[in-house]
Write a protein that binds this ligand. Structure first.
Ligand code: ATP
Ligand code: MG
Ligand code: MG
Length: 495
């Protein structure tokens, strides 16, 4: 096969290892706070256990195990009878003990899946396993990047933060698929309430990528096992966003294709994603598993965990909820998707929909409220405790006590900007619909002030009535109902 033909037939193979920081109050093996990442004094959130001092002993955090069980259930995975912990030995300054407490042959979660949709195509990504482990400390490279710094500082505040590492099968066929997967995974984790996406570094990805011959791809998209293990893969580290994953992998695809075109071997190695430069840089040859000298952590007994599955409930997940919203409330795909973007939005919508017609509730939550919140850089969680006020607003519109226009442009905006309740704003801004008399007076005025428009109207010019409606609306400060005004004008002009 010529080099060119080989290049043309290459298939991209990608598998991800996703590290998720679990949102627990304390660390996984000690009682230190996990607030560490948020600007605390370096090394202030530490104790003998997370510093790995001699004689200290780990105690497993129940909340971290519960979070992992929720993740296993959401990924439709198996939870074993017993789960155990191992030491993974390596020497690097982010690990004070020179080993990381992690799981090896009995992880808490195995054999799951997550469905994604890319450009309308549904794909199922296999989840090989997910295991609990401790986050290492963080390094600050001073005076340059990881490969050029003058010196490096270490902060162990992060050391011991609970992580779940989710390892996928090498099922991705393109960088775009990894982005869709990470977005979907993050959505699920947020619904489960085990993860805070706002936290710096709460989701970190290692992306493994190789090229195999197109012949190795079976009909169903699976790749021949032998081709997989024969292919040299690179593992790209330091990816911290969905977009970052897509970009780093797109770079790697090009780099590997070019190398193969020039007849060069792909090295099996670990590479570093340099976000600023938009390139990956070689760091070291990839460790083999035997390098880690895994052995059982004798200080942590095996945990009988299979019974936890029934004890720990999980909420309805985003896909199921979207589907139910369409059926139960008759929403279109777009509204259903907007209204399930986070669990909090979906809960808020359902509370509103319990009081009103679902269409009305959907318009007010999906279009008006979310739009105004977005414009102000606010979240639904900023208004969840104002549900009652928001329903009062819709009630005012529904009872035709204020016009839709005023409710949207004055009421809602003032509620958000000034934190006032709807009735207070109605009083202050005199938004109550203009009484019949005031509207009638404005109609008379408009007719008297614009004889030319009246003439045009009688001559059959369609635009004239709209002009007059506009005049009346202006005189009443927008508080009259345009449909009513239109009818009033016609009655007067025709009569
Ligand atoms: N040929 C391949 N091309 C691309 N990805 C692959 C290939 N073979 C395996 N992978 C992926 O590599 C990842 C292996 O992750 P795993 O954590 O099991 O091992 P590791 O990377 O060797 O260990 P470590 O946790 O120390 O990085 C999986 O996501 C898997 O899908
Ligand atoms: Mg791994
Ligand atoms: Mg790896």
């Amino acid at each position: 096969m010529s080099a060119q033909a080989a290049e043309k037939d290459l298939a991209v193979v990608i598998g991800l290892e996703v590290h998720v920081q679990l949102e627990t109050a304390t660390k996984i093996f000690c009682g230190c706070s996990t607030d560490a990442a948020d600007g605390e004094e370096p090394n202030s959130r530490t104790c003998p256990t997370c510093l790995g001092l001699p004689g200290s002993l780990p105690v497993l955090n129940e909340a971290a195990v519960e979070a992992a069980v929720k993740i296993a259930k959401a990924l439709d995975a198996e939870i074993p009878e017993r789960t155990t912990f191992h030491r993974k030995n390596y020497y690097y300054p982010d690990l004070p003990k020179n080993f990381q407490l992690t799981q090896y042959d009995a992880p808490i979660c195995a054999d799951g899946e997550l469905e994604i949709s890319v450009e309308g195509m549904r794909r199922t990504i296999g989840i090989t396993r997910a295991h609990l482990e401790e986050d290492p400390g963080s390094l600050e490279h001073v005076g340059g990047g990881i490969d050029t710094a003058d010196y490096t500082l270490v902060d162990y505040n992060r050391a011991g933060t609970p992580l779940v590492e989710i390892v996928t099968e090498p099922d991705f066929r393109s960088p775009a698929e990894t982005r869709a997967f990470l977005a979907k995974l993050e959505e699920v984790l947020e619904y489960l309430g085990v993860f805070d996406p706002e936290r710096d570094g709460s989701l970190r990805v290692d992306a493994n990528i190789s090229m195999v011959s197109g012949d190795a791809v079976a009909e169903d998209g699976r790749i021949d096992e032998r081709a997989l293990s024969a292919a040299n893969r690179t593992e790209v580290k330091n990816i911290s966003s969905h977009k970052g994953a897509e970009k780093a992998l797109a770079y790697e695809v090009t780099r590997q294709r070019n190398a193969i075109r020039r007849g060069r071997e792909i090295e099996q190695e670990t590479r570093h994603w340099d976000e600023a430069r938009g390139i990956t840089v070689s760091m070291r040859t990839k460790e083999a598993e035997k390098d880690y000298r895994y052995f059982r952590e004798a200080d942590l007994p095996p945990l009988a965990v299979s019974g936890w599955r029934d004890r720990i409930p999980i909420p309805e997940l985003p896909d199921a909820r979207r589907e139910r919203f369409r059926e139960e409330y008759g929403l279109d795909a777009e509204s259903a998707s907007k209204l399930t973007s986070t669990k909090e939005v979906a809960d808020f919508f359902e509370d509103v929909a319990a009081e009103f017609d679902p269409d009305l509730a959907a318009t007010w939550v999906a279009d008006n409220l979310l739009g105004e919140l977005h414009y102000r850089d606010m979240e639904i969680t900023d208004v969840t405790d104002r549900l009652e006020e928001f329903t009062r607003l819709i009630e005012l519109v529904d009872a035709e006590e204020v016009t839709v226009k005023n409710a949207e442009e004055v009421l809602l905006r003032t509620m958000l900007d000034e934190g006032l309740a709807p009735d207070e704003i109605v009083d202050r801004e005199e938004l109550g619909k203009t009484e019949g008399e005031a509207v009638a007076a404005a109609v008379t005025e408009a007719i008297e002030e614009h004889p030319e428009a009246v003439e045009d109207y009688h001559a059959g010019e369609g635009g004239a009535i709209n002009f007059l409606v506009g005049q009346v609306m202006q005189k009443t400060g927008g508080s009259a109902d345009p449909g009513d005004v239109n009818q009033l004008l016609r009655d007067r002009l025709d009569g």
